[in-house]
Design a protein around this ligand. Structure first.
Ligand SMILES: Nc1nc2c(c(=O)[nH]1)N[C@H]1C(S)=C(S)[C@@H](COP(=O)(O)O)O[C@H]1N2
Ligand SMILES: [Mo]
Length: 389
């Protein structure tokens, strides 16, 4: 068995000697095999992350074109985002284990090209670790950093995407050699290498599978009973639905709701008490709440169609958008903009009821927004004003 020493040269005698690695799987072949899965997981994260970003922060030209169908669209893309991110943690660890002997390459820098290559790998590795770590801590709602998660996670995603493309370009010759050796009749690998690699890859698949099966139930509700490691369980919460931010956390108290009236601003402004709202035609819809943190669950909502409230104020559904303001005093989700596709959709409600009962305070009493194919953060609770734009 030949020790694999990545550098070509030995250090001078007497110098600090880099460690020797005798494992047979620290080679380009294993790195390529794991790397393509990792690349696929990151691609899913990147694309679904883009979807989530543009649904939450659309440029002006896109805001009124965002589609309200399929109703489960955001549920699917965000579930995939978090599941692929969790699998990426397993794959990233295996990949780093495969290639870490290269950290000790001797000499550390052979040429300008080599220095640049090592620098680009350093950016890639730190960016990738940053993304999976911040994503993981975000889904357990722990924010031990001074910056705000969303913009930084989004910005670093571009850095990682760029460094992956660069990495693929730099490694293209090795990747190509790997695939060529797979063709029959060329260089055969020692049987024990093949066996070990197969074990490693099977172990990796098994670990990724366990992570997925024990977490995906937070969104894929048929598997909810296996949801052992996920931060949320779809059934745990008042009225059979998790709560992301409680009324207490948002500074909304039952007392402050005393004289609550819904204020609707538009060409013909009006306001309504809760009794007045309840007296309007009520619609019942089944729609999911899909949180950006990866849990989602479908529920039955009753309330007044937002398009009817817009029409009553003299607005034109399909032409006018809506600004929704919550009673919440501070917080990033106090004011929400709704594009025309959602505002005119017959499934978009100002909901008063959830799963057959009046909304509980934590779910947004007296009234909240529920709309199809939108991130949970935009399903505004404790609504108090609608402005027709
Ligand atoms: N006003 C207000 N509405 C809000 C929030 C908030 O912090 N403030 N959180 C949002 C988030 S992140 C989610 S996932 C959904 C969750 O709704 P639920 O608590 O009824 O399940 O509410 C949304 N509505
Ligand atoms: Mo959320």
């Amino acid at each position: 068995m030949t020790p694999r020493m990545p550098g070509r040269l030995r250090p001078p005698a007497g110098a600090l000697r880099p460690p020797e690695f005798t494992g047979r799987l620290h080679d380009a072949r294993t790195a390529t095999a794991v790397g393509r899965w990792l690349g696929a997981a990151f691609a899913v994260c990147f694309l679904t992350g883009l979807v989530s970003h543009y649904l939450q922060h659309p440029p002006d030209w896109l805001a009124d074109r965002l589609p309200a169908r399929p109703v489960w669209g955001y549920r699917l893309t965000q579930g995939l985002h978090v599941s692929a991110g969790l699998v990426a943690i397993v794959l990233l660890l295996v990949k780093l284990w495969t290639v870490y002997p290269r950290l000790f390459a001797w000499p550390p820098v052979r040429s300008v090209r080599h220095a640049l290559e090592r620098l680009s790998v350093a950016v890639l590795v730190s960016g990738a670790l940053f993304e999976v770590l911040t994503g993981l801590l975000n889904i357990v709602q722990w924010y031990p950093w001074p910056f705000s998660f969303v913009p930084v996670h989004f910005a670093v995603a571009w850095v990682v995407a760029g460094s992956i493309l660069l990495h693929l370009a730099v490694k293209a010759p090795e990747i190509r050699a790997h695939w060529r050796r797979l063709s029959p009749g060329t260089l055969a690998l020692p049987a024990e290498d093949v066996r070990d690699r197969r074990s490693l890859l099977l172990g990796t698949v098994a670990a990724a599978g366990v992570v997925t099966v024990t977490t995906v139930g937070q969104s894929l509700t048929p598997l909810k009973s296996l949801d052992l490691l996920a931060p949320r369980h779809p059934d745990h919460g008042p009225q059979g639905l998790p709560v992301n931010r409680t009324a207490a956390a948002a500074g909304v108290s039952a007392g402050a709701l005393g004289g609550w009236r819904l204020e609707v601003v538009g060409p013909r402004p009006y306001d309504l008490s809760l009794d007045g709202l309840s007296a309007l035609p009520q619609t019942r819809v089944r729609l999911p709440i899909a949180c950006v943190e990866g849990w989602s669950v479908e529920a039955e909502w009753t309330g007044v169609r937002v398009r009817e409230l817009i029409e009553r104020a003299g607005g034109r559904p399909g032409v006018d958008g809506l600004r929704v303001t919550s009673l919440e005093v501070a917080g990033s989700y106090r004011v929400m903009e709704m594009g025309t596709e959602y505002a005119e959709d017959p499934l978009t409600l100002l909901a008063l009821g959830l799963n057959g009962r009046r909304l509980s305070l934590d779910h947004g009493f007296p009234a909240r927004i529920i709309a199809p194919n939108r991130p949970g953060v935009l399903q505004t609770k404790w609504v108090h004003r609608l402005e027709v734009r």
